[in-house]
Each structure stands twice: as C-alpha cells, then as structure tokens.
Design a protein around this ligand. Structure first.
Ligand SMILES: C[S@@+](CC[C@H](N)C(=O)[O-])C[C@H]1O[C@@H](n2cnc3c(N)ncnc32)[C@H](O)[C@@H]1O
Length: 197
C-alpha cells in the first residue's frame, strides 16, 4: 500500500483526528498542541501554509487566527474530509497534491508541519522547497516525531516511513536559509522554530 492508499483508507475507516473525542485530541497534542500553534506568532496579517494538512486537526486552531490559510495533502479523501470539516471558515484554500511537486503561486509568512516529515524520503527537497516558499523573516514551525520505527504497521497493512532526528535535521538545514530560533521538547516530538534569513 502506498501513502495515498493508506490515508484514503483511514478516511474510509472513519479515522478522522478532527472528529476525535477530546481525550484523543489531548493525546495528539503530545506531538504539537497549543505550544506549537503559539510558536507560529500568528496574527491577521499572516499567510500560512500547512504541509500535510490531514483532516484539519491543527488547521482549525490556526486558520481563524491568520489572514489566509493554505493546506496541502497528497490524499484525495483526506482533503475532501478537510474541506467538510473546515467549511465554516472563509479564508482557506485546500490543495490535493504532492508537496514536492506542486507549484505554489504565492509565498508565506508561516509554514508549519506536524506528523508529516517522516513520509518524505528526500528530506533535502522538503527543506529546500519549504525555504523557497517562505518570505524573508518568515517562520517554519516543524514537529519532529521522536518515533524511530521504519514502518507504520496497521495490522492489515503497513507503510514505510523515514524517521527523523534533530541531528539529521540540523545537517539538512545547512544548505538552506533557515536558522534555528528555538527548540522545545514534548513527550513525542521535538518542536523546532526556524526563521528564514
Ligand atoms: C499523520 S498525517 C498528519 C496530518 C496533520 N498534519 C495532523 O497532524 O493532524 C500525515 C499527512 O501527510 C500527508 N502527506 C504525506 N506525504 C505527503 C506529500 N508528499 N505531500 C502532501 N501531503 C503528504 C498524508 O496524506 C497525511 O494526511
């Protein structure tokens, strides 16, 4: 099974973190949460991009606090669900495409991503593209999952992932214009705030 099939199947199976009960949403916060959202320094002048928007779990906290919100996701069923979940917001654009291939027509003040970097085998391209999409002095807020498993195993199927570490991420950042502003540790992830110089 590939990434698209995996995430489409989660929607078919009614697995939607946006609609989870509060106790499960609190669990997901262990990868990001309000601390992560606060690190974006949002205000109503900012244009924001989420890489791997999923069904809108974080977008619902971010989009109401910025000028324009764009979310991109590779899974068609996930993006359709995000459109349903976020339909009450009038400042959002949701795109179904591979982040590495899509040609964006704008740059952003803030780019963020959580629970998604492990899906990218070519992380250098991920960071270069993010760099190119950020305005000067823009922020990239990244949650780096501590999990080092090389597969997501769902029992009936599994998909390959490419785990990250802080050390590897520092190396990859050397060829970008993104500089570390702050690193915070949460139970399941490191939260990195990078600024474009
Ligand atoms: C674990 S989910 C996280 C969703 C959301 N960020 C959250 O934390 O609730 C990872 C998401 O990344 C998306 N994704 C994986 N590879 C992608 C790619 N190359 N381009 C765009 N989206 C991708 C998947 O379809 C999936 O919805």
């Amino acid at each position: 099974m590939n990434i698209i099939q995996h995430y489409d199947k989660l929607i078919d199976d009614e697995n939607d973190p946006f609609r989870d009960p509060q106790i499960l949403q609190d669990h997901m916060d262990k990868w990001d949460g309000q601390l992560f959202v606060d690190s974006m320094l949002l205000d109503k002048t900012k244009r924001v991009l989420e890489i791997g928007v999923g069904t809108g779990r974080l977008a619902k906290k971010v989009a109401p606090n910025c000028l324009g919100f764009t979310g991109i996701d590779i899974s068609p069923k996930t993006i359709e669900r995000a459109k349903e979940n976020l339909c009450y917001l009038d400042n959002i654009t949701l795109i179904c495409a591979d982040f590495l291939d899509y040609r964006f027509e704008q740059t952003f003040d803030v780019v963020y991503s959580s629970l998604t970097l492990m899906h990218f085998e070519n992380k250098q391209r991920f960071f270069s593209k993010t760099d190119s999409l950020l305005k000067s002095s823009g922020l990239f807020c990244l949650s780096i999952d501590k999990n080092q498993d090389r597969f997501i195993d769902m029992g009936d199927h599994k998909i390959r992932v490419f785990p990250d570490t802080l050390e590897n991420t520092f190396d990859l950042l050397k060829s970008t214009r993104l500089y570390v502003e702050k690193i915070t540790e949460k139970e399941f992830a490191h939260l990195m705030v990078l600024k474009k110089h």
